[in-house]
Design a protein around this ligand. Structure first.
Ligand SMILES: NC(=O)C1=CN([C@@H]2O[C@H](COP(=O)(O)OP(=O)(O)OC[C@H]3O[C@@H](n4cnc5c(N)ncnc54)[C@H](O)[C@@H]3O)[C@@H](O)[C@H]2O)[C@H](O)CC1
Ligand SMILES: [K+]
Length: 502
């Protein structure tokens, strides 16, 4: 799915109106009907609940007027509150004229705010994609009042006060919604941790926006759904053999962190690599052979850390990092790998920390390498803390462009930046996956997909990110959030990948 800017969203509305020979009022009614249906069928409003519909002066407010009218007609207890404004949008004015006699909107002011009980539902239709500056005056006062009320808040299209794709100044008034109902496509703001408290759970309501126009709108950021990835993982041909799916080499583990090597190895096996060889320090031999008997184990001469790079000739992809440690000798191995590798690389954990501590190594990164930092590792990699989540995305793009690599930023909606600067956000996963070893599993899985001979770097990365989160989602009913372990994710990699097969 594309993540459109507010200007592109407006253009899409206009193009839909032209292409479908409809009117902006009719489109507004579709949007408002979708919100009304969600409130009735998903939130299961009951007739006793007080519903406060708060409307701003633009089309977001117009949506709110239609929702209020719908609910009032259906017999619900609706209170309608309007912001004072010098100008209203034509569609707002039109909808205001359609209000039934028993539903008069009352104008609020900073010292005349509605009484909202904690058991009430607030429909926030103050501002949507047309927000152009921070809220102040009556709007800011009402937003703070709503936030303090303890009521359930459902935001129409956007939580009011939040920008769709840019950071707002600190201390601005922004609605803290329980649910945000967005039309057709999500907004970039929904995907960033800093906005989680405003957006709440977000849902997409289809309103029949023109698919051809969406298709023709150029964007450089995407929210990647299962529908878009399904079929992208080639089905295994009947006469395939283990050589068909590549031989992966993993360099991982150090004293006390051999489990990371085990998890990444298991994930690489479950990710479908034809063969997996894992290089571990000598002390890891028994551990690895017992816990991952399907993998071959290549021990380093050193007991506790990796000090020598094996011959790379047999391998289709190399992964390095999980539990690796940052010993000087290990750094030399990393350097030698970067200088000599002719096959795809996946770099994680301590390999990334070494790249951060010795930035000259970054100049050696072969193009199309895949790096998988979490935010702290990413900060070490770029050597500068991000001002906010938007700035971090800029840094991610810059890094991918500068190194010509694919760089992941792990989190709730893991982001991937491609060398051309395009951003892809993953749609799967759950908070139970925020647990030790989960990243090692991702590395192993991505390594398997990079060893696959028929996947582009981008497709391999997107499939891996998706399947990793999906495996966590499939494990969740069996484990619960707290009980979800990295090894549970491994167990469900197979079923998650099966869903993506052509
Ligand atoms: N996206 C769709 O498919 C559809 C969207 N709809 C709804 O329309 C809004 C966008 O409406 P628009 O009129 O462009 O913007 P807003 O209602 O968000 O507000 C604009 C209004 O407010 C003024 N303004 C902006 N910022 C401030 C501020 N900080 N303080 C005071 N006033 C402000 C601005 O000048 C305008 O006058 C979208 O979100 C959807 O909810 C359609 O209904 C259907 C299709
Ligand atoms: K809103």
């Amino acid at each position: 799915m594309k993540l459109l800017s507010p200007a592109q969203t407006r253009a899409l509305d206009q193009a839909t109106i032209r292409a479908q020979y409809t009117t902006s009022t009719a489109l507004m009614e579709r949007a408002a009907d979708a919100v009304t249906n969600w409130l009735l069928n998903e939130l299961l409003l009951d007739y006793d609940t007080e519903i406060h519909v708060c409307c701003g002066p633009g089309n977001n407010g117009g949506d709110g007027l239609v929702v209020a009218r719908n609910l009032h007609r259906a017999g619900y207890r609706v209170h309608l509150w309007l912001l004072p404004a010098a100008r209203h949008s034509p569609d707002f004015t039109h909808q205001q004229q359609q209000l039934p006699a028993g539903l008069a909107g009352q104008q609020i002011s900073p010292n005349q705010l509605p009484a909202i009980a904690a058991g009430a539902v607030v429909v926030d239709a103050l501002f949507g994609t047309g927000l152009s500056r921070p809220l102040e005056g009556a709007a800011a006062a009402l937003v703070r009042h709503i936030n303090d009320s303890g009521a359930m808040v459902v935001a129409v299209d956007m939580p009011s006060g939040l920008y769709a794709d840019a950071p707002q100044p600190a201390d601005c008034a922004v609605v803290r919604a329980d649910f945000t109902l967005s039309f057709e496509l999500p907004k970039l703001a929904f995907l960033l941790p800093q906005n989680a408290g405003f957006v709440g759970d977000w849902r997409l309501l289809p309103i029949g926006l023109d698919q051809e126009v969406i298709h023709n709108t150029a964007v450089d950021r995407f929210f990647v759904t299962a529908d878009e990835l399904r079929g992208q993982l080639p089905k295994r041909p009947k006469f395939s053999h283990k050589g068909t799916f590549g031989h992966a080499l993993l360099l991982a583990g150090s004293k006390g962190k051999m489990g990371a090597a085990v998890l990444a190895t298991q994930a690489c096996l479950c990710g479908g690599a034809g063969l997996v060889t894992t290089r571990v320090p000598a002390a890891g031999y028994d551990i690895l052979q017992i816990s991952a008997p399907e993998a071959m184990c290549l021990t380093d001469p050193d007991t506790d850390c990796i000090t020598e790079l094996p011959d790379l000739a047999p391998y289709d992809a190399v992964g390095i990092g999980p539990g690796l440690g940052q010993h000087d000798d290990t750094r030399m191995v990393l350097r030698q790998l970067l200088e000599t590798a002719q096959v795809p690389l996946v770099l994680d954990a301590d390999a990334l920390n070494l790249l951060g501590a010795y930035p000259d190594l970054q100049n050696l990164l072969p193009p199309n390498s895949l790096l998988t930092p979490h935010p702290k590792e990413f900060e070490r990699l770029v050597g500068e803390p991000a001002r906010d989540d938007y700035h971090r995305l800029d840094q991610l793009r810059d890094f991918a462009g500068r190194t010509r690599c694919y760089c992941v930023l792990k989190g709730a909606y893991t982001a991937l930046a491609a060398p051309d600067g395009t951003l892809y956000f993953n749609s799967t996963g759950n908070p139970g996956m925020a647990t030790g070893g989960s990243g090692d599993v991702l590395t192993g899985l991505l390594l398997a997909l990079r060893a696959h001979r028929h996947l582009s770097p981008l497709t391999a990365a997107l499939l891996g990110l998706h399947a990793h989160g999906r495996a966590g989602d499939l494990a969740l009913p069996h484990t619960g959030h707290a009980g979800l372990l990295a090894s549970d994710i491994v167990r469900f990699i197979g079923p998650a990948l099966e869903e993506l097969m052509g």
